[in-house]
Design a protein around this ligand. Structure first.
Ligand code: MLC
Ligand code: AMP
Length: 510
């Protein structure tokens, strides 16, 4: 076992010869060179080691997007620690679950949440706390500055863990997807190649960095390319329009594209330097694909993936990019469709997509039984996505076998929201569904059967309470009250009927 299996070593081998070349430029004009991120990650790695972090220990980060947060990710790889990024929108009870489950040795959080997370850490296992704010200050910086950088790169076997990302998966409570150095490196190398990255590419980065899309797809490609990215703290259509003339590649969720289309500044001129717009994480409507092509002359390249697998398919760089499809399986990645009959589907037949390859994760953290449920005996992982493959090999995602809502690229597991709503004494039961939303593609609404009588709850009250308990994107945009939830003969709530009933509910959210 050497350092060759370590993802960081693969990045380092691709750093530009001249390390003073930029890696990140922020919107407030700060520039971070490859030398800077090499040094910062070596300092953070020295601090992690000093705090007792050894290979395989988890390091959780609930921080705002910043170049220092990327350096923390790199430091974890370097030290052999397992990076565990968490959405800053998570509320206390959500965090308690993740921290209790993953048992990190160190948690890096924003200074504002230090006390809250410190309390959670004490209750769940006594992780050490460091802080980092969005301006790149905090105890992570202060305490690492006094240390000599430790340039060592930990030896890593290919299957050693590089990261754990929590995902609702196909069923049940959030589970930690265990991603190895090999998983991430194989996918990054493939994407770097099939998307034709060039030495002078400039990536416009407006995605969050606590998920696969912004961290492993976008950032890892740039690192393997030794090139640089324009780094926005969050999506902002005005700023993107302003920066597009300097960029060559952008990756986004479909909401990015609908929002850009709503901006009058989106013209062929501002895109003149661009060579590639990539969309993923949620279905891109063919209307959006077409409108973007008409407005800018650029054909969005849609790809498909999952936390557990990183990227699975992609429309081609050279060759037809077909709207309504997610393209062809990536090299090294095997894909098949299992029809309802249990047989492998014929071309064009719809069934659940299964995937196998070096990109596919090793399993769910401390959930061997859940892992076993989602893998076939021959090593294929069952995605829970309904798809078909046409005679040319193009995959189209046509729905989901799993009860999952994807809102603006974020996954929401209905049961988690239903359980929270049902805690209200004035609620008998609830059903949470996703309905079409003009901005988020799909958004969460709740259908509630109230207990009746004087304790009748108000929709706004339910929403206000949930905002304190759940990350913002999980909170229903609207609550509908019904006398009874529709059920089938088996007594199961008929969500399809509810989705049909409320499908226009958010079309004009005002
Ligand atoms: C914010 N809100 C959302 C939301 N994002 N509600 C539903 N769905 C979302 N995605 C809430 C806010 O809290 C606010 O509520 C209101 O909606 C309006 O917020 P906003 O200011 O308009 O939102 P904004 O900050 O601009 O964020 C929207 C967004 C963001 C689309 C830019 O959600 C985003 O960056 N999404 C990308 C997610 C992503 O990276 N997914 C990749 C997962 S990896 P209120 O009540 O306060 O007004 C993966 C694998 C793969 O899936 O294949 O890539
Ligand atoms: P996550 O669990 O957050 O990684 O989300 C993965 C899910 O996002 C997949 O299982 C799909 O349902 C969905 N997804 C990702 N990319 C696409 C796409 N291009 N089209 C449709 N669905 C997608």
């Amino acid at each position: 076992m050497g350092i060759d299996g370590n993802l960081f070593a693969a990045f380092q081998a691709r750093f530009p010869e001249d390390l003073s070349r930029p890696f990140i430029e922020t919107i407030d004009g700060r520039s971070y060179s490859y030398a800077d991120i090499d040094a910062a990650s070596a300092r953070f790695a020295a601090l992690l080691r000093h705090l007792g972090v050894v290979s395989g220990d988890r390091v959780a980060a609930q921080v705002d997007k910043s170049p220092e947060a990327i350096c923390l990710y790199l430091a974890c790889l370097r030290a052999g620690a397992v990076y565990l990024p968490l959405n800053p929108a998570y509320q206390a009870s959500e965090l308690e679950y993740f921290i209790g489950d993953a048992e990190p040795g160190v948690i890096v959080c924003t200074p504002e949440r230090e006390a809250e997370i410190g309390t959670i850490a004490q209750r769940t296992g006594n992780a050490q706390i460091l802080t980092l704010d969005d301006a790149g200050a905090g105890s992570l910086i202060g305490e690492s500055r006094v240390r000599d950088p430790d340039p060592a790169v930990a030896a890593a076997a290919p299957n050693d863990l590089a990261a754990i990302l929590y995902t609702s998966g196909t069923t049940g409570r959030s589970k930690g997807a265990m991603l190895s150095h090999r998983n991430l490196l194989s996918n990054a190398r493939t994407l770097h190649r099939v998307w034709g990255f060039r030495p002078d590419d400039v990536l416009l980065h407006a995605l969050p960095i606590f998920h696969v899309h912004g961290l492993f797809v976008a950032t890892n490609c740039v690192l393997l390319n030794g090139s640089f990215m324009l780094f926005l703290p969050r999506f902002d259509a005005d700023r993107i329009i302003g920066l597009l003339p300097r960029a060559t590649v952008m990756m986004g969720v479909p909401t990015f594209y609908t929002r850009l289309l709503a901006h009058t500044g989106l013209t062929p001129e501002v895109c003149h330097n661009m060579r590639l717009f990539i969309s993923g994480s949620a279905p891109l409507l063919p209307e959006t694909f077409q409108a973007f092509q008409e407005r800018t002359g650029h054909t969005i390249l849609e790809r498909y993936g999952m936390t557990e697998t990183s990227m699975i398919t992609s429309n081609p760089l050279d060759g037809p990019r077909l709207p309504g499809t997610v393209g062809l399986p990536l090299p090294d990645v095997d894909v098949r469709i299992r029809a309802e009959s249990g047989e492998i589907a014929a071309p064009g037949e719809v069934g659940v997509l299964e995937v196998r390859g070096p990109n596919v994760f090793g399993g769910y953290w401390r959930r061997p039984e859940k892992t076993a449920e989602e893998f076939r005996p021959d090593g294929y992982f069952v995605t829970g996505d309904l798809a078909r493959i046409d005679e040319n090999g193009y995959v189209a995602i046509v729905g989901r076998a799993k009860d999952l809502i994807i809102s603006g690229g974020f996954n929401v597991y209905p049961k988690e929201v239903e359980a929270r709503i049902d805690e209200d004494e004035a609620v008998v039961e609830s059903a949470v569904i996703g309905v079409p939303h003009p901005d988020f593609g799909e958004a969460v609404v709740a259908v509630v059967k109230p207990a009746g009588g004087s304790a009748e709850p108000a929709g706004e009250e339910i929403i206000a309470r949930l905002k304190g308990e759940l990350a913002n994107y999980k909170v229903p945009k609207h609550v509908f009250f019904v006398d009874e939830l529709p059920r089938n003969a088996m007594g199961k709530v008929q969500k399809a009927e509810l989705r049909a009933r409320y499908q226009n509910a958010l079309q004009d959210p005002g």
